[in-house]
Ligand binder design. Sequence first.
Ligand SMILES: Cc1cc2nc3c(=O)[nH]c(=O)nc-3n(C[C@H](O)[C@H](O)[C@H](O)COP(=O)(O)OP(=O)(O)OC[C@H]3O[C@@H](n4cnc5c(N)ncnc54)[C@H](O)[C@@H]3O)c2cc1C
Length: 285
Amino acid sequence: MQDQSVLIVGGGIGGLTAAIALLEKGHRVEVVERDAEWTTYGVGIIQQFNVIRAMGSIGMLDAYLAKAFGFDRTTIFVGPGGEQAADFETPRLAGEAYPSNAGIRRRDLQDVLVKGAQDRGARMRLGTTVEAFDDDGAGVDVTFSDGSTARYDMVVGADGVFSKTRGMILPEAPQPRYTGQWVWRYNLPKPDDLTGIQVFVGPCNAGLVPLGQGLMYMFDRGLPRGDHRRCRRCGPPARGRLCRRRLAQGPGGVAWRRRSRVHAALGAGRRHGDRGRAGACRRVD
Ligand SMILES: Cc1cc2nc3c(=O)[nH]c(=O)nc-3n(C[C@H](O)[C@H](O)[C@H](O)COP(=O)(O)OP(=O)(O)OC[C@H]3O[C@@H](n4cnc5c(N)ncnc54)[C@H](O)[C@@H]3O)c2cc1C
């Protein structure tokens, strides 16, 4: 099955990766992306060894790693004292010449994927979405929100967790629901001695992930709603203080050495609630 015309709905990580993979196989690909600005936020994303292998399989690994920070090592610390519980290397699935995992800014990942798709000949329609499909078994007639129509051999829905495409094809499918779990994320300058991912597990979970461009990414994960009742120490008022203390006890206190920025981010989060947290993220990003 070669030289099929494919429409991909959604130009996120899934849609762009599918576009590159299909173009590599000799198909013609068009991506329709609802967001005219095609923006993404700048925090980091951790990409484990299956992603590294997948990037290799679509010929994107070198371009991708040029913007990322590759690493093999994961270190896990537990409890309020931040005691080291595990330190291990994960396998290099793309071959010995490449790292096991990588951290990358989402904007850099998107730039790499957009360029990869465009260089291979993808057509992009921005600020547009699909209004209707008519699948007659041999192909799909598509009506776009700008009134234009086109026919494709195949349509791929890659429009995210609240996919409108899925709703159009499977209207009875269960809808995603918010569980109450949340995470604060910040980009900060990366200390030289942070060479792998560090995860801090305890009443609240946090972690440090090296990224490309001299940055690291810090996450601070909260419990689903209701679980705070079971663990009072995790309540939002105590969160910033606890995390600062535990992160300070990591090896060399890597986050603590960035304490003015981390403090500003977590402190603002405590004072102003979620909107303040988002503001704090932007400030340190
Ligand atoms: C807080 C958080 C942290 C995460 N951290 C990690 C991590 O560290 N590592 C990891 O591997 N994964 C992580 N993930 C998961 C990862 O972000 C998702 O798996 C990934 O973004 C899914 O990609 P996607 O392309 O399917 O969807 P999306 O990234 O949501 O992209 C969907 C695209 O479709 C577009 N779109 C939406 N609706 C339409 C429409 N009707 N028409 C046209 N276009 C449309 C959107 O504008 C968007 O560009 C995290 C997720 C969250 C929420």
